[in-house]
Design a binder for this molecule. Structure first.
Ligand SMILES: O=C1CCN([C@@H]2O[C@H](COP(=O)(O)O)[C@@H](O)[C@H]2O)C(=O)N1
Length: 351
């Protein structure tokens, strides 16, 4: 007798999920993590960061290795990276007519934004207004650099696991004359969706997620945090606006205030999972700038992206190696389970 055809259950059975932002698939293997959630909480070594370190080149009043003296800044502070990956000037390579050996000019600038003069603060113990000040700085930088550069990537690496070399609260900006790969791939897929459905993909997506309520981590008047249906990293999240905006610079005052609250809550939830400073790379994507400032980019919706590596504890991370590098991304923990775990965390960070 043939066995009863098993009913597919996405929480139990292997399947592929489509990521429309990248036009790619991810393998989901929930059967591998059906065992009870074994997220043991091993408190990571608490990094007691002093408020001020006279040897930290990001601290106010300190002389950096290149001899520049930081001002006694009392809010955010921005300086050009002393070791930039992109320079504003430089010779361009000759064009090549060999399709296999192509080069292009690359110009840009790299900056460091210090969030606050004290080294022992972060979103979760800053006031909403202090976080709005950081958001205003991001917007000012995009306004300025976006006049000249096609892509202004604001990003933050948090924690040593993410290669963050300095505990002082800060982020980086790399602005480039070229559209980087991630932006180019996203632009093409967003444009294709918009041309087919006459609606921005991410607004259609956020509206459907608000109805499904299966992957929502947190929401308020203006923002929704979800673990994307197609998430690759275990606790990957997206910060999505409920109303269409193309760029950071389109944000209204309430949008900034509610985004500040959203950041504080999301980071608190992350840190509460394993009672540690949850490492991640995070950044913001919006419509390209530079020459694209002159034409409407209705296919683009401004959004935030958090890409954290931790899987089971403060010290056990997901490795994107082997199959993920040679075949395609794969995950055990489903996005829905990850969203449940994040949503169930308190909005305030553990003491
Ligand atoms: O004196 C310094 C120290 C660090 N930096 C820059 O600060 C950045 C620190 O950022 P990360 O910790 O995310 O790597 C890094 O890009 C590094 O180049 C300076 O520009 N000057």
């Amino acid at each position: 007798m043939c066995d009863k055809k098993q009913q597919f259950n996405r929480d139990e059975h292997q399947h592929l999920r489509y990521n429309p932002l990248r036009d790619e698939w991810i393998l989901v293997s929930p059967h591998r993590s059906l065992r009870p959630w074994s997220g043991q909480v091993e408190p990571a070594p608490t990094e007691d960061v002093p408020k001020f370190d006279p040897n930290n080149p990001l601290c106010p009043g300190v002389t950096r290795p290149n001899g520049m003296v930081n001002p006694d800044y009392e809010s955010t502070y921005v300086f050009t990276n002393d070791f930039p990956a992109l320079l504003e000037e430089g010779p361009s390579p000759e064009p090549s007519d060999d399709p296999l050996f192509q080069m292009q000019a690359a110009k840009g600038t790299c900056r460091v934004i210090c969030y606050h003069p004290h080294s022992n603060v972060y979103y979760t113990n800053l006031t909403d207004q202090q976080v709005v000040t950081i958001i205003d700085e991001w917007i000012n930088q995009l306004k300025e650099l976006g006049q000249k550069y096609r892509w202004v990537q604001i990003f933050e690496n948090r924690g040593q696991m993410m290669g963050c070399s300095n505990p002082h609260p800060h982020c980086q900006i790399w602005a480039s004359t070229f559209l980087p790969n991630e932006a180019k791939i996203k632009d093409a897929n967003l444009r294709r969706f918009y041309e087919k459905y006459n609606k921005p993909l991410l607004i259609d997506y956020v509206e459907k997620e608000l109805v499904k309520k299966e992957r929502i981590v947190y929401e308020n008047e203006y923002w929704v945090v979800v673990v994307p249906y197609w998430a690759v990293w275990p606790f990957e999240t997206m910060v999505l606006p409920k109303k269409q905006i193309e760029r950071f610079t389109d944000m209204c005052c309430i949008g900034k205030k509610t985004l500040a609250t959203t950041l504080k809550v999301l980071v608190a939830k992350y840190d509460n999972i394993f009672k540690c400073k949850f490492p991640y790379s995070m950044g913001w994507h919006g419509a390209p700038t530079g020459e694209d400032l002159c034409t409407p980019q209705p296919h683009w919706t401004f959004h935030g992206i958090f890409l954290p590596p931790l899987l089971r504890s403060a010290t056990v991370k997901k490795f994107m190696v082997g199959y993920e590098l040679l075949a395609q991304s794969q995950r055990d923990l489903t996005p829905e389970k990850a969203a449940d775990i994040l949503r169930s965390q308190p909005n305030e960070r553990f003491e």
